[in-house]
Write a protein that binds this ligand. Structure first.
Ligand code: ATP
Ligand code: MG
Length: 251
């Protein structure tokens, strides 16, 4: 048991969820490495949602609400860390869920699907009858009625290559990635440089407010957003946080 007053309680609990995911066969071993990379960047931004991430979360909510066919892609880390939150976001925005894992085994995909169903997910795209052009056979297989035909896809913690291949298909790709330097962060249409544990509830919060707005207001939010500028602000956020720390040490 991790004591609640431990200064790193949230971070340690998140680790517990990821290791439990591995034990249950939901999260892959490589997911642990990806999580460690994420944690390092979270430290660098001060383990908080920055202003630039908030802006990206608001824009992501507007995009999901305006989409004809939004789909949320779920991998082993996402299923371990925020399963209920993802299901809620899907319901709020009318987005379908699709299990889409990088180191795929049928057994793991099935476990993730069952895990989500047990938590209340109704529709999950499970077919693998279409291929994303430009990706090798196994990595490119998706559901023809899910990711393949989506106009807006939320792909948290995604691999750079697959993110680019989805953008090349003409889709609006929203990613959540704590590393603003990753290829995924650099190629997505919208990059939310925030921890997924904060970002998904953040998008849902905006979606609840924005769902009663008219379409022109949502379009205006999207038009105002510039991903390159937002990414540079995320990197500035790291620099500013480090500067703040070094100044404290020099006092
Ligand atoms: P890329 O392929 O995009 O160049 P990569 O190979 O480092 O980058 P992947 O393993 O493909 O990354 O994807 C995992 C990404 O998810 C990493 O950039 C990591 O920082 C990020 N990440 C891991 N855990 C979290 C988390 N909890 N919240 C947000 N991002 C996370
Ligand atoms: Mg990668």
């Amino acid at each position: 048991m991790i004591p609640k007053d431990h200064p790193r309680y949230d971070s340690l609990m998140t680790r517990e969820k990821i290791t439990e995911g591995v034990e249950k066969g939901i999260t892959g071993i490589m997911g642990l490495l990806a999580h460690g990379r994420g944690e390092a960047f979270d430290y660098l931004i001060g383990e908080k949602t920055t202003q630039s991430a908030l802006q990206a979360e608001k824009t992501a909510a507007a995009m999901l609400l305006l989409a004809e066919k939004p789909v949320i892609s779920i991998n082993g880390n996402v299923a371990a860390l925020v399963p209920e939150e993802i299901i809620e976001l899907g319901k709020l925005t009318g987005a379908q869920l699709e299990v889409n894992i990088f180191y795929r085994t049928e057994e793991r995909a099935e476990k993730i699907t069952q895990h989500l169903r047990a938590l209340g997910a109704e529709i999950i795209c499970t077919k693998r009858d279409a291929a994303i052009p430009g990706l090798s056979h196994e990595r490119g297989k998706v559901d023809s009625e899910g990711i393949f035909s989506a106009d807006v896809v939320l792909v948290p913690l995604e691999d750079g290559d697959r993110c680019k291949a989805l953008v090349d298909m003409g889709k609006t790709v929203i990613t959540i990635d704590l590393n603003p330097l990753s290829r995924t962060a650099q190629t997505a249409t919208i990059t939310i440089a925030d921890n997924i544990t904060r970002a998904i509830p953040g998008i849902s919060k905006f979606a609840r407010v924005l769902k009663d707005k008219n379409k022109d207001e949502l379009r205006a939010i999207i038009q105002e957003f510039d991903n390159k500028k937002n990414l540079s602000e995320s990197i500035d956020g790291i620099t500013a946080h480090l500067l703040h720390l070094t100044q404290q040490y020099r006092k």
